[in-house]
Design a protein around this ligand. Structure first.
Ligand code: URP
Ligand code: ZN
Ligand code: ZN
Length: 465
């Protein structure tokens, strides 16, 4: 029986904070207590360190075909980078090709991940069309552990679906006890604004932001909540970026709709001035929704404190500047949308959240791990440190400082030729990262590759029906 003993650390979960030793045997936490007297195959000294549940990033796009190219990290490089950053589970997005079976889409994503992933993973299913005769597939997906769907109001002609498709899918998802994830932005109106900007001769990355008013995100959030309310399905707004959109979540929750929302470090810490950098550099942050005016950052932090925002994910969707982002050098409309970040989320949120005094340590654990596990049917297997839970543990050094940089191999293992967080100095960094008791990262080195498993997720239930 392989065993690891983590000694003398400060164990922090979403609700607890105490000093104890943690024993992991055969991948599962079997004992937690003071001064455990046990013989373990391996001992890790966590004196002066935090012992945290591994991070869960419920929003990644590995090896995703998009904008005429594929996101630059696959399941091999993406999960290794995640591990370096203290994330031990990702939920990636499988895609249904229009007119084809969702089950076929799932098979394709299993093939992409199997044997390549270093950390554990699950899948959401992106639905691109859902006629009545395909609804039965959704129950089969749920049975195989895919218990959430993503639908898009954005990207007309690509991933966009109309309101009828939304309603049909929402209803079935609700009946099955599963959850809807929504990319909520009025892509039809945005497309008209984009066309007018192009006609007026605008080409630069800044126009990606200027053509996407926050009101169109708020409209999408409002509509998604209204449809979910009628269809009676639990809803999760992905990558919420603005105060206007958050206001709609607040209103929906106040009238009893089961709606949660996710934001990302980029919407908490960056702003649209990134697009004003000289030349084509702003393309690094061309993502949808776009970065917003600076004042939105504080409103979103407030949303985290007031429990209006449930989780912080990355929406990791990296494209290299050379050969990918530069497809749009002559027009902002052709820049592949997305940015890297799976490796940086835990450190950024600890630094900007806990060290800078915006959130408590328990809330940090909740938004980066525990809540995603609960929302997406992984809890208590993942998302906490408890007897019986998986030994997904981060021994986190609260004093260690790093400068995030493309050139710093301790902070950049993503297969992309820039860092979206270049030069950011953070205090607090993972020292040892364990996935089901396997030490996968220690002292800035990768200790093992592969071994990540597909984790079927439970249905989330539906109290509205
Ligand atoms: O720009 C983004 N966010 N790219 C990934 C696809 C999505 O909308 O999540
Ligand atoms: Zn999206
Ligand atoms: Zn995304």
């Amino acid at each position: 029986m392989a065993s690891v003993l983590i000694q003398h650390g400060r164990v922090v979960t979403a609700v607890d904070d105490y000093f104890a030793d943690v024993l992991i045997e055969d991948g599962i936490i079997t004992q937690i207590g003071k001064n455990l007297v046990v013989q373990a195959d391996k001992t890790i000294d966590a004196t002066d360190k935090l012992v945290l549940p591994g991070g869960i990033d419920p929003h990644t796009h590995f090896d995703m075909p998009f904008g005429g190219t594929n996101s630059a990290d696959d399941f091999e490089s993406g999960t290794i980078a995640a591990a370096f950053g203290g994330t031990t589970t990702v939920i990636d997005f499988a895609i249904q090709q229009k007119g084809e079976s969702t089950l076929k889409g799932l098979d394709i994503w299993h093939d992409k991940a199997q044997g390549k992933a270093t950390i554990d993973y699950g899948f959401h299913m992106i639905v691109t069309d859902m006629q009545d005769d395909r609804l039965h597939e959704m129950d089969r997906l749920a049975t195989s552990g895919v218990t959430s769907y993503k639908l898009f109001m954005a990207y007309p002609g690509v991933l966009y679906v109309d309101d009828g498709t939304l309603y049909r899918t929402f209803r079935q998802a609700g009946e099955n006890g599963t959850r809807i994830c929504m990319h909520a932005e009025n892509g039809i109106v945005i497309d008209e604004i984009v066309k007018a900007a192009v006609k007026a001769g605008h080409k630069e990355p800044l126009w990606h932001a200027l053509s996407r008013p926050t009101r169109m995100e708020a409209e999408g959030v409002h509509r998604a909540i209204a449809i979910a309310e009628v269809a009676k399905v639990p809803l999760y707004i992905v990558h919420l970026s603005s105060s206007d959109a958050l206001e709609q979540v607040r209103l929906g929750r106040a009238r009893g709709v089961d709606v949660q929302a996710e934001t990302c470090p980029q919407y908490l810490l960056l702003d649209e001035n990134m697009y004003r950098k000289p030349g084509f550099e702003g393309a690094k942050w061309v993502m949808t929704p776009a970065l917003r005016e600076k004042w939105n950052n504080d409103v979103l932090w407030q949303g985290i404190r007031m429990l209006e925002l449930a989780t912080v994910a990355t929406d990791h969707c990296p494209f290299c500047m050379a050969g990918q982002k530069d497809l749009g050098v002559d027009s902002f409309t052709k820049i592949p949308n997305g940015a890297p970040g799976v490796e940086n989320r835990m450190a950024l949120m600890y630094h900007a959240g806990v060290v800078q005094g915006r959130i408590s340590l328990n809330r940090f654990v909740e938004i980066t791990s525990t809540q995603a596990a609960k929302t997406f049917g992984l809890f208590p297997k993942k998302g906490t440190i408890a007897v019986g839970s998986d030994g997904d543990v981060v021994v986190f050094d609260p004093k260690r400082t790093e400068t995030i940089s493309y050139d710093n191999k301790r902070t950049h293992n993503m297969r992309v030729d820039y860092s979206a967080w270049e030069g950011w100095e953070v205090q607090g960094y993972p020292d040892v990262v364990l996935s089901r008791g396997r030490v996968i990262v220690q002292g800035g080195s990768l200790m093992t590759r592969g071994g990540g498993q597909y984790i079927p997720r439970a249905r989330v239930g539906n109290l509205l029906r």
